[in-house]
Design a protein around this ligand. Structure first.
Ligand code: SAH
Ligand code: SF4
Length: 426
């Protein structure tokens, strides 16, 4: 979501005539796009702001801005802590960046509102686009700040999304990732009868788009229709991000997730039965308040049993204003960190094993960039979203789908060789 917003911010600045520079000390404008999901992210922003303050002292006229969720959460208070900041812009007010930069309308834009559909975007990679389909979240998981900073669920009308993706395809984009905090809620506030599975069908029909991905699916709302759509629609990649958060029923209850471990396991079984080669990833939090050692071992066991391809793993970070922050029995930071380290070690092992077992397979890879570590080599992704460094393809292969034989496995992905080249040289 933040990457999508950063591309909009870059688009707005480019529209104002801005060019990017390599170093912040060379810039006239530095905007930090921020996250407030965990405290660590916020502390890093304050660290960065301290450095920028020094650059600004040496470069009068430089403008410093803080955008995104932390801007929304802190508002004016951010200016008290960092008075040298020129603008504070929440995620639904990004379109106001130009006027704030011109100094016409104060320094803080965090009012409730809707981001206009027509914003300029400067994409990091022209072959891929992030497309927001639903903003905000209604779930209020007890640990999470997102509903407070991104507001309630609002789906974008399907027609607007489809037109946007048609235009992207016209510009050469091959792959879209449909975004929402919970894409499974898509369509609930819309007049027309289009749920997320129906939206996927419509996007699947757009000429020029080769691959469709989406994130995130809340396990409690994952419908059979959506599972069928992933299984049946040819362009929808066999990749599902299904955040579990914990492998213990009491913990899940205190988190307010709305499912049990057994519900989750059944859902994974159903997904794997319908989409046999599905690449499965998750999010998990270690050391949630009240998590006993036995409860944590439940999470470890779930990870051993499910064998995710990949996991985003965090230790619990109390967020002021959320219910979990005032729960009794907060777990000491060193215990949270130790549990997280155990999970990471387990998951890294599993990822390596899964990747090693895939060596020898032939995968369809969308070649999308040069390989900075290998002159002449290219990089791309499998349908499951795994990174592949491909030898012996030239940069003319960029944007092409090629069959690649996976030769070496790593934690980050694979090194492979184009299958056609291998075949013709045999
Ligand atoms: N909407 C998505 C995720 C949003 S935030 C979902 O529901 O899955 C991304 C991830 O950050 C969450 O899945 C969770 O694992 C983690 N997270 C959120 N709040 C957190 C907190 N207070 N401490 C630690 N991790 C947190
Ligand atoms: Fe946060 Fe839960 Fe909403 Fe995800 S579903 S954004 S974790 S409140």
């Amino acid at each position: 979501m933040n990457k999508a917003d950063s591309e909009r911010i870059a688009g707005l600045l480019a529209d104002m005539g801005g060019n990017s520079v390599d170093l912040p000390e060379e810039a006239d404008v530095v905007l930090l796009n921020t996250c407030s999901v965990r405290d660590h992210a916020e502390q890093r922003v304050y660290g960065k702001l301290g450095q920028l303050k020094k650059h600004k002292a040496a470069r009068p006229g430089m403008k410093i801005g803080v955008c995104g969720c932390m801007a929304q959460k802190e508002g004016e208070a951010l200016l008290l802590r960092a008075p040298y900041v020129d603008l504070v812009v929440g995620p639904d007010n990004l379109h106001r960046i130009p006027e704030l930069l011109h100094g016409d309308s104060g320094r803080v834009a965090v009012a409730e509102g809707e981001l206009p559909d027509e914003l300029p975007v400067r994409r990091e990679n022209d072959l891929h686009a992030w497309v927001t389909v639903i903003r905000g979240c209604n779930n209020f998981c007890s640990y999470c700040i997102v509903p407070y900073v991104r507001g309630r669920e609002r789906s974008r009308p399907a027609g607007i999304i489809v037109d946007e993706i048609k235009a992207l395809a016209g510009d050469g984009c091959k792959e879209v990732t449909l975004l929402g905090q919970n894409v499974n809620s898509y369509g609930k506030n819309l007049a027309d009868d289009c749920d997320f599975a129906a939206l996927l069908e419509r996007v699947n029909d757009i000429d020029g788009i080769d691959r469709i991905r989406f994130a995130t699916s809340h396990p409690k709302d994952m419908s059979d229709r959506l599972i069928r759509a992933v299984a049946d629609l040819p362009k929808v990649c066999e990749q599902i991000h299904l955040p579990v958060q914990a492998g213990d029923d009491d913990t899940l209850k205190r988190m307010g997730r709305g499912y049990t471990v057994s519900d989750y396991r059944k859902l994974v079984d159903k997904v794997r039965a319908a989409v046999p080669d599905v690449i499965l990833s998750t999010d998990v939090i270690a050391g949630f308040p009240g998590e006993t050692e036995a409860a944590f071992q439940g999470t470890m066991k779930l990870f051993r049993d499910i064998r995710y391809d990949q996991a985003y793993m965090f230790h619990y970070s109390p967020r002021t204003g959320t219910r979990a922050a005032s729960l009794e029995d907060q777990i000491p930071p060193e215990v949270r960190k130790r549990r997280l380290a155990e999970l990471i070690e387990l998951q890294n092992d599993v990822t390596c094993q899964i990747n090693a077992a895939a060596v020898g397979k032939v995968e369809e890879v969308l070649i999308d960039r040069d390989n900075p570590a290998d002159a002449g080599g290219m990089m791309g992704r499998t349908r499951g979203g795994k990174t592949v460094a491909v030898k012996t393809t030239g940069s003319d292969s960029r944007g092409r789908l090629i069959k690649v034989s996976l030769r070496q496995a790593h934690l980050w992905g694979f090194v492979g060789e184009p299958f056609e080249v291998l075949c013709s040289s045999r």
